[in-house]
Design a protein around this ligand. Structure first.
Ligand code: SF4
Ligand code: SF4
Length: 515
């Protein structure tokens, strides 16, 4: 077992609230009659459908293909018929709809033929990444970034350490904890494949010390693979937000990711343990990513737990399966109480980034009307990025976006520590999200107006060029005309002169004398 080498400023010791959902093993959610599959379940461009309405599809069959580099494929989570490709509400704070493929399942759950890679060490790192991309794998910690990109450090970077994120620091969420407990060998399969793709031996599986069962399971699994001599479990202190990328790297290695930099800049690649498990299933079992473990928990959930759920399963089916006290249309949270977001309706599908559905939370967020800021400084003390939330608040409130930039608004990881400790119960993170959105909108507007200005200038230049060319043509035409006229006049004069000369040189005749 290795020891943490660093720490980060601020952070919070929060009540875990994890017992409620870890009393039973992971259960399988029953197959839904209808699966709703958004084409965009990842960061990047939405996948493009390759099926049409009426097509019969098999479980695991590719139904949408990646669109561009930052994109992944999408697969049918069960067999059935494609009944529609249309906009449907998606689980997003905006409440917006987006294009989805809808499958009516046939109850057969019939797999497509699966292509198993018996010995991945015979594959090139490029081939491994391609399989992972084709399997539709994205970061399952909640971000949804295509995993094959993070497994490609490029020729200019050397990877020193692979870190597996098993911190799961937000209260209530336990899907990674249960995965570590029950599927530790599968996680190790994925880790070995990731090590091969990255050509790295050093690997640290970081788990918070409030998960003793997960730590034991992982250590036991690791002991059965004696060839993994440079892979170790690291038990790290339970503190929120240790699971955030830069904070975890600081705890594990003692190194700081440079401002505006990436972990690869200091030789580190970090993946979630759920992602490693998915990688193992894709390569060793030929299974694309069609399901995930979802924690369903909260004070209003009767049978909380973790459920292996096919993507596209309507959330209301999960909620009724677990029996909740929730009234229809009552909002609930997707994600944790600190970084999750409220969803109004439950006729929304489970997607690749849905780690937790939370119904009923102990008082973790502000419910009362905020009071004025008393400049106590508690928010700054809690900030894990060493920002000055109080200053950010003033400038966000005043919509002074330039000033928010000066105070490094975009370094804010929206962890919510500042809001949580604020005695005036000011929803600081909401102000920061607003300021970020405004800044990005302004930036987009600026880009649009820059593009319009450039278009206008180009048009003016083109018009001026055309005017000059036209004038030059006219000038040449006139000159040519004048030259023609002059030539003609000259020729006429020459002819006339020749005529005159001819007349004067001819001898006088009798007729002339008679005249
Ligand atoms: S914690 Fe709240 S009251 Fe205290 S300085 Fe920060 S914003 Fe103001
Ligand atoms: S939400 Fe942002 S400002 Fe507030 S504590 Fe977290 S990182 Fe700091």
């Amino acid at each position: 077992m290795s020891q943490p080498l660093g720490s980060f400023p601020g952070g919070l010791k929060l009540a875990g609230q994890k017992k409620r959902s870890t009393q039973t093993p992971i259960r399988k959610m029953p197959l839904s009659e209808q699966l709703i599959l958004p084409l965009q379940q990842h960061i990047g461009s939405a996948a493009v459908p390759i099926v049409k309405v009426g097509d019969k599809v098999l479980k695991g069959q590719r139904i949408a293909t990646p669109n561009g580099h930052v994109s992944v494929a999408l697969h049918a989570p069960s067999s059935g018929i494609v009944t529609a490709i249309e906009d449907k509400p998606i689980p997003h704070p905006s409440g917006l709809s987006a294009p989805c493929i809808i499958i009516e399942t046939d109850g057969e759950d019939q797999w497509i033929e699966r292509k198993v890679t018996a010995d991945f060490t015979q594959c090139t790192d490029h081939d491994v990444r391609q399989i992972i991309r084709d399997a539709g794998i994205v970061g399952l910690g909640g971000a949804g970034f295509p995993s094959f990109i993070k497994l490609n450090p490029g020729i200019h970077h050397h990877v020193d350490t692979l870190i597996l994120n098993g911190a799961e620091c937000e209260p209530y969420i336990t899907c990674d904890d249960m995965l570590l407990r029950e599927r530790s060998q599968g996680i190790l399969d994925g880790i070995e494949i990731m090590q091969h793709a990255l050509r790295v031996n050093n690997c640290v599986i970081a788990i918070e010390d409030n998960k003793p069962e997960a730590i034991s399971a992982m250590e036991l699994a690791l002991a059965s693979r004696s060839h993994l001599t440079s892979t170790s479990v690291m038990v790290i202190p339970t503190r929120y937000p240790t699971g955030s990328e830069k904070q975890l790297i600081q705890v594990v290695t003692g190194k700081q990711v440079p401002k505006s930099g990436l972990p690869i800049d200091i030789g580190i690649v970090l993946h979630n343990v759920g992602t490693a498990y998915a990688v193992g299933r894709a390569i060793k079992h030929g299974e694309p990513l069609i399901s995930r473990i979802v924690t369903v928990t909260g004070t209003d959930v009767k049978h909380a737990g973790n459920f292996e759920t096919l993507f596209g399963t309507p959330i209301h089916e999960l909620l009724s399966f677990c029996e909740t006290k929730r009234q229809q249309d009552e909002p609930f949270i997707q994600g944790g109480p600190m970084m999750g977001y409220n969803l109004a309706g439950d006729n929304l599908p489970v997607t690749k980034t849905a780690n937790c559905i939370l119904v009923g939370v102990d008082n973790a967020t502000q419910a009362n009307d905020p009071l004025p800021c008393i400049r106590c400084g508690d928010c700054a003390a809690a900030c894990p990025v060493s920002l000055l939330p109080q200053q950010l608040y003033w400038h966000s409130r005043a919509k002074d976006l330039e000033k928010t930039q000066e105070y490094n608004l975009f370094d804010c990881i929206e962890c919510g520590c500042c809001s949580y400790v604020c005695p005036s119960e000011i929803p600081l993170v909401q102000y920061f999200r607003f300021a970020k959105t405004e800044t990005m909108n302004q930036e987009q507007e600026r880009k649009k107006s820059d593009a319009a200005r450039i278009r206008h200038e180009n048009r003016q230049e083109r018009q001026e060029r055309e005017r000059v060319e036209k004038a030059e043509k006219q000038r040449k035409r006139k000159a040519a005309l004048a030259a023609t006229k002059a030539a003609k006049a000259k020729k006429d004069a020459e002819l006339a002169a020749a005529e005159a000369a001819k007349d004067s040189s001819e001898p006088a005749t009798d007729n002339d004398a008679e005249k």
